[in-house]
Design a protein around this ligand. Structure first.
Ligand SMILES: N[C@@H](CCC(=O)N[C@@H](CS)C(=O)NCC(=O)O)C(=O)O
Length: 210
């Protein structure tokens, strides 16, 4: 049994999505980020970073969205979302997940929380830089998908595409959302067509980009 500490549409989204794909038994525990519940003493015991997601696996906490994604893809091999360990495809799978988690995801924190990252006086500059970094990433990924797609690893989806889709969703209200890039738009369409995506949006009560 899993328990997912989540906030609607947040970095927990991709973990929730995999749990639904897997048909795994889980319960949801909503964390009110606006109210600062992520900084409560009780929550910090589970996740000292004070962020969502946290996943209780048999009662024990684990965190970091990309790590949980990798873990779930391996735990449920029937999903076929993780290439064989030791294969070249697996190396590329790690490459994409780490790139998305290390490079693209942190740029969103600068976009959404520029003042926290760079100070109030520098917030606009930081936001502009973050926007540029995110758009450059979309361009590079779109270039990759052109000829190598339709998914990041080629013909078949992997867990990396789920992480990419979550990040693309985060860009929906930016000046240039990811879906303005044609290959990314096609990938988003395919991922959103999965029955699990509608279930996920319903469970998180999301109404945008559904
Ligand atoms: N590296 C972490 C980042 C998680 C993260 O930044 N979560 C955000 C929501 S998308 C959060 O909980 N923010 C609350 C806060 O920073 O106070 C992960 O991928 O799990």
């Amino acid at each position: 049994m899993y328990t997912l500490y989540y906030a609607p549409g947040a970095a927990s989204f991709v973990v929730h999505w995999l749990l639904i794909e897997a048909g795994a038994p889980y319960r949801l525990q909503r964390v009110d980020l606006q109210a600062g519940e992520q900084r409560s003493a009780a929550y910090l015991k589970l996740n000292p970073n004070g962020v969502v997601p946290t996943l209780l696996i048999d009662g024990q906490p684990a965190c970091e969205a990309a790590a949980l994604l990798l873990h779930l893809a391996d735990t449920f091999p029937a999903l076929a979302l993780a290439p064989a360990v030791g294969s070249l495809e697996r190396a590329r799978y790690y490459q994409w997940i780490l790139h998305l988690a290390n490079t693209v995801q942190p740029a969103f924190r600068y976009w959404f929380l520029a003042a926290e990252a760079a100070g109030e006086a520098n917030a606009d500059v930081a936001k502009g830089k973050a926007c540029g970094r995110i758009e450059a990433a979309w361009q590079r990924i779109d270039d990759h998908l052109q000829g190598n797609g339709p998914y990041l690893l080629g013909e078949k989806p992997s867990a990396a595409d789920f992480l990419l889709t979550m990040l693309m969703r985060w860009s929906r209200n930016m000046p240039h959302p990811a879906t303005q890039w044609p290959q990314l738009a096609a990938l988003a369409q395919r991922m959103k067509a999965r029955p699990s995506f509608a279930k996920l949006c319903a469970a998180e009560e999301l109404t945008e980009w559904t």
